[in-house]
Structure formats: structure tokens, C-alpha cells
Design a protein around this ligand. Structure first.
Ligand SMILES: [Zn+2]
Length: 63
């Protein structure tokens, strides 16, 4: 049961916004931020792997 940070109203679980004041509930907001952070981390990992693959795959000019 997520409690609103702004009006302390206890909302039923599954709600995305406070039923009394309409503000986004903290549990869901934190989860979304965590998911965004994880997506960014995987983007960095993919970019690194892409650079490494290009480094080995591209033909060397001085061979
Ligand atoms: Zn509220």
C-alpha cells in the first residue's frame, strides 16, 4: 500500500498516482528511475562492445 509523500494518503496497491492529490506515488517513481538507470548501463555496455568489435573487425591500414 503506497503512501503519498505529499498528503500522506494511503492508496490501494497498483495505483500510479495519489487518489487524493494526484501526485505520482514514490514507489513507482523510484522503480521507473531504476529501470531508466539500468537501460542506460546496458546502453554503455553495448556501446563498449560495439567499439571493441569494430576495433578487431575493421581492416588495419598498416598490415
Ligand atoms: Zn497525495
Amino acid at each position: 500500500m503506497p503512501v503519498c509523500l505529499y498528503c500522506q494518503h494511503a492508496n490501494p496497491s497498483g495505483e500510479t498516482e495519489c487518489r487524493r492529490c494526484g501526485m505520482p506515488l514514490p514507489a513507482l517513481a523510484g522503480h521507473a528511475a531504476e529501470r531508466r538507470q539500468r537501460r542506460f548501463m546496458w546502453f554503455c555496455v553495448g556501446l563498449t562492445l560495439f567499439c571493441v568489435a569494430m576495433f578487431f573487425w575493421l581492416p588495419r591500414s598498416t598490415g
